[in-house]
Design a protein around this ligand. Structure first.
Ligand SMILES: *[C@@H]1O[C@H](CO)[C@@H](O)[C@H](O)[C@H]1NC(C)=O
Ligand SMILES: *[C@@H]1O[C@H](CO)[C@@H](O)[C@H](O)[C@H]1NC(C)=O
Ligand SMILES: *[C@@H]1O[C@H](CO)[C@@H](O)[C@H](O)[C@H]1NC(C)=O
Ligand SMILES: *[C@@H]1O[C@H](CO)[C@@H](O)[C@H](O)[C@H]1NC(C)=O
Length: 117
């Protein structure tokens, strides 16, 4: 995981430097503490594949809806190792998921990973 975090930082650093060759980070997923894209939100900027990214407070076990960019799919996990530890997950397609209770994952997510779809 530290490896993925370091890679992400390197990508962000490259994208924000003068380097024109770097793949620019773009919005991949927005998390909302409320249903129907309400409450506090956080948009993760990055490139796919993201690797396993832990959520930060107040989003830890506090996400009720998400919006995912076109061409991207994301899996939410209820443990920080995205499948390397015993846990539950839900895989979501691009577009809006307004009510994670429907997926039985309301206030469950602690980490996520996004891939191109
Ligand atoms: C996210 O929250 C900010 C600050 O409250 C708000 O201005 C923005 O419209 C929200 N974004 C979305 C997609 O709802
Ligand atoms: C969930 O998010 C809301 C809105 O930011 C915040 O008021 C609340 O304290 C958070 N709850 C937890 C358990 O983090
Ligand atoms: C994840 O969810 C499963 C199924 O509800 C549960 O058994 C497990 O304890 C949860 N893991 C964590 C780390 O909360
Ligand atoms: C979310 O889905 C659950 C389960 O279907 C439902 O009981 C609840 O009313 C929904 N909440 C909203 C805000 O639509």
């Amino acid at each position: 995981m530290a490896r993925f975090g370091a890679l992400f930082c390197a990508i962000v650093a490259a994208a924000t430097s003068a380097s024109a060759a770097a793949v620019p980070a773009k919005p991949l997923i927005t998390f909302f503490t409320g249903t129907d894209f309400s409450g506090q939100n956080f948009t993760f900027l990055g490139t796919v594949a993201t690797g396993c990214i832990p959520l930060s407070p107040p989003f830890v076990k506090n996400v009720s809806s998400v919006e995912i960019a076109a061409g991207v799919g994301c899996t939410l996990w209820n443990e920080t190792r995205c499948g390397l530890a015993l846990g539950n997950s839900v895989s979501l397609p691009s577009g809006g998921t307004p009510n994670l209770t429907v997926q039985d994952f309301n206030d469950q997510a602690v980490a996520f990973q996004c891939l191109s779809s």
